[in-house]
Ligand binder design. Structure first.
Ligand code: KMH
Ligand code: ZN
Length: 312
């Protein structure tokens, strides 16, 4: 595996990642959550056209919206996205909370994208409060799925992480390192010290998942200081704030020289009590914020260069 060593934040341009659908939100929470391959493809291309350089993807069963690792579903939208835009494809290896590790790796191994996610530690991942008893559920799986998350561990042991690295390295796919807490940065440093992953490390600081570090700006400052200490200039960082924390945390990240992730995987809203009508709406809003601060958005090729990706 070869990767260009590029000083972190050499470019002032800001990378926007857009996480299109994920596996946590359920169809009853928003009619705009893309579920079918057509919807996922259309919203991905729209998001790319308005400024997302990276498109982070999960798949869902078209009829029920349930998360799936079925490659026949991924094949109904990945080639379409690749054909209709130049964005970098980033396939999740987090998959869905109840999937086996091999299921989680299924699509990344088949499509060998430029990027895949790599979750850097086991955490509680509790979204059970969303299982409101009075809600109207479109599908029978939704409420139970949400409810059981108060007793669920999102398992990413050192062995699991090493397994994913081992499978993806020979394919030339690089990683978006998902760090939900400060300790995950140390886990990443452990693999970096072993030499089995190479810089620049693209680190997603994740705030506000119940089970991970809380969404406040002091925590971001501390994550950044810790990453500086561990990785020096060998990393590029981005911020994902869950739910209502998405835009405030993104704004702080932009001010501090970081990159941002938006999308309906992480937050269904565009403003208080106002659902986002699609992913592009959030990308446009964050783009506006970036440009108002006198900065520019990085295009896909600039992002490829910054992250040392293999290209299409
Ligand atoms: N759902 C996000 C908090 C993954 O897909 O590997 C993190 C995520 C994980 O996107
Ligand atoms: Zn994801």
């Amino acid at each position: 595996m070869t990767a260009k060593k590029i000083p972190a934040q050499k470019s002032k341009k800001v990378i926007i990642s857009c996480a299109i659908t994920g596996s946590i939100h359920t169809p009853s929470m928003s009619p705009y959550l893309p579920v079918t391959p057509d919807q996922i493809a259309e919203q991905s291309v729209q998001a790319a056209r308005v400024g997302a350089a990276i498109i982070h993807l999960h798949a869902r069963k078209p009829t029920t919206g349930e998360p799936t690792s079925d490659n026949t579903i991924f094949s109904q939208f990945i080639p379409r996205i690749e054909q209709d835009c130049d964005a970098i494809i980033n396939i999740s290896t987090g998959g869905g909370l109840s999937m086996s590790l091999d299921d989680r790796l299924n699509a990344a191994q088949k499509f060998q994208p430029e990027l895949c996610s790599l979750n850097m530690g086991s955490i509680n991942f509790d979204v059970s409060r969303a299982a409101k008893p009075d809600a109207h559920w479109k599908n029978s799986w939704e409420q139970l799925f949400l409810k059981q998350t108060d007793n669920m561990v999102f398992k990413n042991t050192f062995r699991d992480i090493a397994y994913i690295i081992d499978k993806m390295n020979p394919l030339g796919t690089r990683f978006e390192y998902e760090c939900y807490d400060v300790g995950h940065l140390y886990n990443l440093a452990h693999f970096a010290e072993q030499g089995i992953i190479k810089p620049p490390y693209f680190i997603q600081f994740i705030f506000g998942v119940m089970g991970g570090i809380g969404a406040d700006t002091q925590n971001m400052d501390f994550m950044k200081q810790t990453a500086d200490k561990l990785f020096g200039k060998d990393y590029i960082w981005s911020v994902l704030g869950a739910g209502r924390h998405q835009f405030p945390m993104a704004e702080h990240a932009i001010q501090m020289g970081g990159n941002v992730r938006v999308g309906l995987e992480d937050n269904l809203y565009i403003a208080k009590d106002q659902l986002a009508k699609n992913n592009a709406e959030q990308v446009l809003a964050i783009r506006k914020m970036i440009e108002q601060k006198g900065l520019q958005v990085a295009g896909p090729d600039e992002t490829r260069d910054m992250l040392g990706l293999k290209g299409r």
